[in-house]
Design a binder for this molecule. Structure first.
Ligand code: DCP
Ligand code: MG
Length: 379
């Protein structure tokens, strides 16, 4: 594989990374170490492992020996040691002991709760708490978001299927069009990249007439609430001001769109009808009996984002992911092009001006990058 190895570029945004690749046996191991580094608040180490894993995802075939890694970028000593051990022994001791460790497992369980970040989880871990049940048992003080997270924990742990995402899409479209005809809705995140499952469903909403999208979210959530479709929602207002937030903040990865973090109540029967249109009533009710809850609905995390039309291309690029792909795009822009990229805008720091774009293709072109379609952004 030398010839192909030579072609692997060092920024993830310069490469095509398909969803399905040949080296999961290595990338899953490296991503455990990346995740563990994140739990230990070591971002640099975490990104290094993620970049190493990502390079292996872009390879056209399975890695069989260390020879295959010659000339590949982003593989540090530590990642190479781990890969070598897996190639020789079938597994890495460091990865396996991390996977089994009480800290890793507790942090995974606690950060898996909606509304709980690494900092909070770490504090709870040091207080001896290990799981959502421990939080309930000891009567921990929880905010409204975390209460919902604990309440719907089991449902939110279950992956969301594409069929379920499609049903949610129909619901969101109906809600948005009821309150603002002519608005445009786009499925974002992992599902736009072609994933078959996700941890949530992400949507971007806009309107071709700039200004029509202002304060749209409360109207959407009110409509959904009236229909009894929301189990939880928290809306944050748009706080983006080009003059203040543009160049200075463009490198920050938190965007300032009007945004709603929510939990939808999804009717399960609707999902099974959608995925199997020819199902008879009998089939559908049989499927119900097999459903663990038998409640007829499940909780699903949904993120809604509203973007002004003029920022829509940037918002689309910023909300398609993957997280590493986004991070690498911003790093490429800053380090290689002296530009600041955010989900709102692209600013050229040499010419001191904003670069306007209507499509993702134009943004890649400004950045001097070959266009990578969403399905190849699975870095
Ligand atoms: N995003 C980002 N940086 C973050 C959070 C989000 O760049 N810190 C962007 C890229 C993501 C998109 O938003 O693709 C949606 O975020 P998700 O956490 O929902 O990630 P995915 O949709 O990619 O994966 P999942 O299947 O886990 O939902
Ligand atoms: Mg998502």
């Amino acid at each position: 594989g030398d010839a192909t190895a030579m072609l692997i570029k060092s920024y993830a945004c310069q490469r095509r990374t398909p969803l399905k690749h040949h080296n999961s046996f290595l990338t899953e191991a490296l991503e455990i170490l990346a995740q563990n580094a994140e739990y230990n608040d070591n971002e640099g180490r975490s990104v290094a492992f993620r970049r190493a894993a990502s390079v292996l995802k872009a390879l056209p075939r399975r890695v069989r020996s260390m020879e295959d890694l010659r000339c590949l970028p982003c593989l540090g000593d530590h990642s190479q040691r781990v890969i070598k051990e897996i190639l020789e022994d079938g597994s890495s001791r460091e990865v396996e002991s991390t996977r089994q460790s009480e800290q890793y497992q507790a942090m995974k369980a606690l950060t898996g709760i909606f509304g709980v970040g690494v900092r909070t989880a770490d504090r709870w871990f040091r207080e001896g708490l290990r799981s959502p049940d421990d939080l309930i048992r000891t009567g921990q003080q929880l905010n409204r978001e975390q209460q919902a997270g604990v309440q719907y924990y089991d449902d939110l742990q279950k992956p969301v299927t594409k069929a379920e995402a499609d049903v949610i899409s129909d619901v969101v479209e109906k809600a948005v069009h009821a309150v603002l005809p002519g608005a445009e809705i786009q499925l974002m995140g992992g599902f736009r990249r072609g994933k078959e499952v996700g941890h949530d469903v992400d949507f971007l909403i806009t309107h071709p007439e700039e200004g029509k999208e202002e304060r749209l979210m409360p109207k959407i959530t009110n409509w959904l609430e009236e229909q009894g479709l929301l189990l939880y929602q928290k809306t944050t207002r748009n706080s983006y001001l080009e003059k203040m937030d543009g160049p200075a903040r463009a490198s920050s990865n938190m965007d300032r769109f009007e945004r709603c973090f929510s939990i939808f109540k999804l009717q399960e029967s609707a999902a099974s009808c959608k995925s199997n249109c020819s199902a008879s009533a009998e089939d559908v009710s049989a499927a119900h009996e097999h459903h663990s809850e038998a409640s007829g609905w499940r909780a699903v995390r949904v993120d809604l984002v509203v973007s002004p039309y003029s920022q829509f291309a940037f918002a689309t690029l910023g909300w398609t992911g993957s997280k590493l792909f986004e991070r690498e795009l911003r790093r490429w822009a800053g380090q290689e092009k002296h530009m600041s990229l955010s989900s709102h805008a692209l600013y050229d720091n040499k010419q001191n001006l904003y670069l306007r774009a209507k499509t993702e293709e134009e943004i890649f072109a400004y950045l001097g990058l070959e266009y990578i379609p969403p399905s190849e952004r699975n870095a």
